[in-house]
Design a protein around this ligand. Structure first.
Ligand SMILES: [Zn+2]
Length: 422
């Protein structure tokens, strides 16, 4: 059987000395500064995208003239250029227009450095728990071994590592390996039924088969209380500080404590999403979801999860950030997990799904009362959970294909159909 290439990413935590952390922090800072230099250069040209050659020449000149730019390994600098150009390409993509590239502000961007060439990494497994990797200008570094890194150990998974990206979160630096493995192609359609999923108001996910997928709070009562106190403290200190001055050491420490609690909540949420999406992709052939544009709700509220902004209402900020981010991630996970199993995610525009009765098609805001849906059409009178009703509408919006087994071609063409009542 012929195998097909499958691109994936695998994350591992790096064990770094304080000096190595400082080197990587410096590289990330420089990468961000380089992005901003490029952006200034392009904006100066009134948005006319400079050619690759021009950008490359600009980077080389900048590296000669600005000595701290030399802190960033040349390959990582090239990766910044590539990512920056891709950001514009995404912006001009007529099918999925992304947001316009902007300057990267210090606290609103995640520190990251690319190691685009796998051969520089020299990955070895040291023992059962640890692996070692070479990072440019940092040296040899240990990382927590993650099962299934392809092409490193004998008898391990076949495939190779094509590059890596170093990313810093509230717990420190991690390495994201880009891997390419060979997998058996999926043959035949997924035998499972189709389902519509609504991102519920009171439950995490409501399914059109009347079941739900729920989870507890991401933080315990004690952790939430601690977060609330820390946020009050940071607000007080922010208010007391002189405008224009950098944050005090104490304020920075409070920010770090907040960031760690939020990262804990996020890690638990991601874990739940992985388990849930695996189960959904194994069960259903076609998963229909509402095509919501997740326009970075998080960032628009001034600040990020790690560095809360001044205008983020404290409790709402966290909840909104996590649920907003979570939905986009759920859909992404479902897309690749269903694809691996011969299934499919169909995104449908589905306005008014929460007000429309799935049985008779009567649309009336009066039908909706909190979590309860009672059809206001006297001839129908369907009652049930409002999120379930919405999930059924979403499934129906994908057209007839989803009532049977996954007819993939038809499901794809059904993407742009307006919602309709069953
Ligand atoms: Zn009805």
């Amino acid at each position: 059987m012929e195998l097909v290439k499958q691109a994936r990413a695998q994350v591992a935590r790096l064990e770094l000395s304080a000096a190595q952390v400082a080197v990587l922090d410096g590289q990330a800072h420089t990468a961000r500064a380089l992005w901003n230099l490029l952006h200034e250069y392009v904006t100066f040209r009134q948005g006319r995208l400079a050619t690759l050659k021009q950008c490359d020449a600009a980077i080389r000149a900048a590296r000669r003239e600005i000595d701290w730019l030399g802190r960033l390994p040349a390959q990582a600098a090239q990766a910044v250029l590539k990512t920056y150009r891709q950001a514009w390409a995404n912006f001009f993509n007529p099918e999925h227009p992304a947001e316009r590239p902007t300057f990267k502000a210090r606290f609103r961007s995640r520190p990251a450095v690319d190691v685009p060439q796998a051969r520089d990494l020299q990955i070895k497994r040291v023992n059962r728990r640890w692996g070692a990797v070479s990072l440019p200008k940092v040296g040899r570094v240990r990382f927590r071994w993650t099962a299934g890194l392809p092409g490193v150990t004998q008898g391990g998974p076949a495939g190779r590592i094509t590059g890596a990206r170093l990313v810093k979160d509230a717990f420190g630096w991690q390495i994201v390996f880009r891997t390419e493995t060979m997998a058996a192609p999926v043959t035949g359609a997924h035998p499972g039924p189709a389902v519509g999923i609504d991102r519920g108001i009171t439950v995490a996910l409501a399914l059109s088969d009347q079941t739900t997928r729920e989870h507890g709070p991401w933080l315990s009562a004690g952790e939430k209380e601690r977060l609330r106190r820390l946020e009050k403290k940071s607000a007080r200190r922010r208010g007391a500080r002189t405008p224009g001055q950098p944050a005090s050491r104490r304020l920075t420490r409070t920010y770090d404590q907040i960031a760690r609690l939020r990262a804990t909540a996020k890690r638990r949420a991601v874990d739940w999403q992985h388990r849930t999406t695996t189960e959904l992709a194994a069960t259903f052939s076609v998963v229909v979801v509402e095509d919501l544009k997740i326009t970075n709700m998080v960032r628009s509220a001034k600040g990020t999860i790690e560095r809360p902004g001044r205008n983020v209402r404290q409790k709402a900020g966290l909840n909104r950030a996590i649920t907003g981010e979570a939905w986009g991630r759920t859909v992404t996970l479902l897309e690749y997990k269903t694809r691996d199993r011969g299934g499919l995610v169909v995104k449908v525009p589905a306005p008014g799904t929460s007000q429309t009765c799935h049985r008779c098609g009567h649309r009336d805001p009066a039908s909706r009362d909190g979590t309860r849906f009672s059809c206001a059409n006297p001839g129908c009178g369907w009652t049930g959970h409002a999120d379930t009703n919405a999930a059924i509408n979403i499934r129906n919006a994908a057209g007839t294909v989803v009532s049977g087994r996954g007819d993939l071609g038809a499901a794809r063409s059904a993407k742009r159909q307006p919602p309709r009542a069953a």
